[in-house]
Ligand binder design. Sequence first.
Ligand SMILES: C[S@@+](CC[C@H](N)C(=O)[O-])C[C@H]1O[C@@H](n2cnc3c(N)ncnc32)[C@H](O)[C@@H]1O
Length: 309
Amino acid sequence: MQDLQHCTVLREEAVDALLWRPDGIYIDGTFGRGGHSQLLLTRLGATARLVAFDKDPQALAAAQQITDPRFEIVHSSFAKLREEMAQRGIQQVAGVLLDLGVSSPQLDDAERGFSFQADGPLDMRMDPSRGESAAQWLARVTQAQLTEVIRDYGEERFAQQIAKAIVARRERLGPLTRTRELAEVVASAVKTREAGKNPATRTFQAIRIYVNQELEELEVALAAALALLEPGGRLVVISFHSLEDRKVKQFLKKHAQAPRLERRLPLRAADLPAPLLKLHARIRASAAEITENPRARSALMRSAERTAS
Ligand SMILES: C[S@@+](CC[C@H](N)C(=O)[O-])C[C@H]1O[C@@H](n2cnc3c(N)ncnc32)[C@H](O)[C@@H]1O
């Protein structure tokens, strides 16, 4: 395994937003290389607990180096938060952190197949031990479904042309197996270049989101987190692109409003059900952090607090 480091985004800010009860039970849904978890452990009390999740076997191996008895790593999707907590007899937690997307080690290791910059096998799974790789999916997908995925998850204007080029190339030369092959086919189909952006950026993002079911799992995890939070508990989510952020924003907004009632119900204002969440201000990385870590530029952190209702 290469020793690749992840540069944690909004490290202090996320931990400050999450930690309010030093003896609570916390969840880090995206351990990565543990930047947030490690800082949290330095601030938590002796009786606290931190349960971390990651799908990636390499993240799991990194987490297993932590010998702190308050810490536990679970090799699972954060979509399984509720089941995993139930198995541990945990009904409520003080905070849930989700730092979404891929880690720098995943992007920088060409063998993982996430990068269009370095050639590698076309994999893109966060957990290569489960499910279908990008190459396997691209070998069987229809042009119509591929167009839809590239359009919806990549917000790519040339989705149709790209899907057509991928299917034509597959029919002519056999399935695509390398990231460079995919990047070249995409580049040949994209007619207008976006300044400073590789033409394959949007397509790679789309395929990665699809292969890892990122948006579906995020939706499940947000609902599970809300159900697990104790009154005062915090939900902190860092997202890196508009599709993720839209899901988070809509979810938080929905639960920060009082549930809708029949308009004519004879209730007094004081009897109306209160919202489940109180929103905190959203936060972006500082100019200093962005200079040090350009990936922080697109990060947006939203957080909220569970009310007592
Ligand atoms: C941005 S990194 C997190 C970095 C981490 N906060 C740190 O400071 O090192 C995202 C991590 O979440 C993991 N991940 C993404 N989606 C996941 C999911 N649905 N379930 C579990 N882990 C996931 C990825 O494998 C990756 O290691």
